[in-house]
Design a protein around this ligand. Sequence first.
Ligand code: PMP
Ligand code: GLU
Length: 398
Amino acid sequence: MQLSNKVKSVKPSSTIALTAKSAEYKAQGLDVVAFAAGEPDFDTPDHIKEAAILAINQGKTKYTPAAGTMDIRKAVCDKLEKDNGLKYLPEQIVVSNGAKQALVNAFLAIINEGDEVIIPGPFWLSYAEMVKIAGGVPVVINTRKEDSFVVDPKDIEDAITPKTKAIIFNTPSNPTGMIYTEEAIRAIADIAVKHDIFVISDEIYEKLIYVKDKKHVSIASLGPEIYDRTIVVNGVSKSFSMTGWRIGYTASNLTIAKLISSAQSHMTSGPCSISQAAAVAALTGPQDCVEEMRKAFEKRMEYIYERVNAMDGLSCLKPEGAFYLFVDVSGVYGKKYNGKPITSAAEFAAYLLEDKLVVAVPCADFAAPDYLRFSYAVSIDTIKKGMDRIEAFLGKLE
Ligand code: PMP
Ligand code: GLU
């Protein structure tokens, strides 16, 4: 029997697979050091958990409207106005099962079969597969290390065809850790308006910035024409250490919001009612927990950056945001592990795991085959242990 060609073309998520593998090794008692998932190691703050417990005790255990409760949509509107200078009505917000579903919804709402979506690479691996799920064609354009992996507007213009429907970008970026300046974002906005294409703006790491003179700018705030063409995607997973609660959202023009809400009403309905109540507490409650976690990530970033950059054959830019160190390993190509030459980041990662039980994410699926991604959303002790092992691994390469 013929199965769906569209779904067959979708690759499984290697970040999710590697994370599951690390957990499996740990369950077997192996002393694995995992830099795999981009998932904060902190517990969800207490006031957020208490709001969830209260919601259960108050019987808020029923279906909610498909787009989310009025409480959470209002909380999202207030957040977007306060943090990003964006004015939305609750009707323009759809709350979903994580930013992941919000992104898929965004693609489903705008893509017709064969429409192209421009994705500046290196990019978070799920974007390309999500575009395919929606029937679109991912068009990857490469950014350069010397441009801090920020897309060159000329490369966008060159990639635009009559089929181009949208561009997606992510700042601060997973996996590069770089931040787009307002000037770079304005250039994308100008192109989108000029060519009448949509922008999907993934802002999930907006609170995790480590450079004083760089602040997060939402592209939707740069004028009414780009506001109308942008679907802002955000959520609580990273800022509030709430990955398992599965709450993300889109903010868009009313027409798109209605399409997203309608599609979601058939696919999943509203996300978990208890998680929604918890996310309201996260968005409207004290924000010092966000800053405390950001500070902890910054310390870890400084440490892992120094350690990796001091290693022969490895190089990386200093991360400006998010919680990933994006490491060029091509400097070790040609060296041998147990007689086998290393020719790609994937091989480096496989040998490192075999020899030292250290998990890093090979970035071929992120359009960066010479790079490994290290998530430093783990404790300093874990980072130290992992770095010591990598140093020992490099020392034994011939
Ligand atoms: N966007 C980016 C860039 C991410 O790294 C992630 C992490 N999974 C997501 C979206 C999805 O986040 P969520 O856990 O809220 O689905
Ligand atoms: N976004 C995180 C990562 O890139 C979580 C795993 C995933 O959803 O891909 O590792």
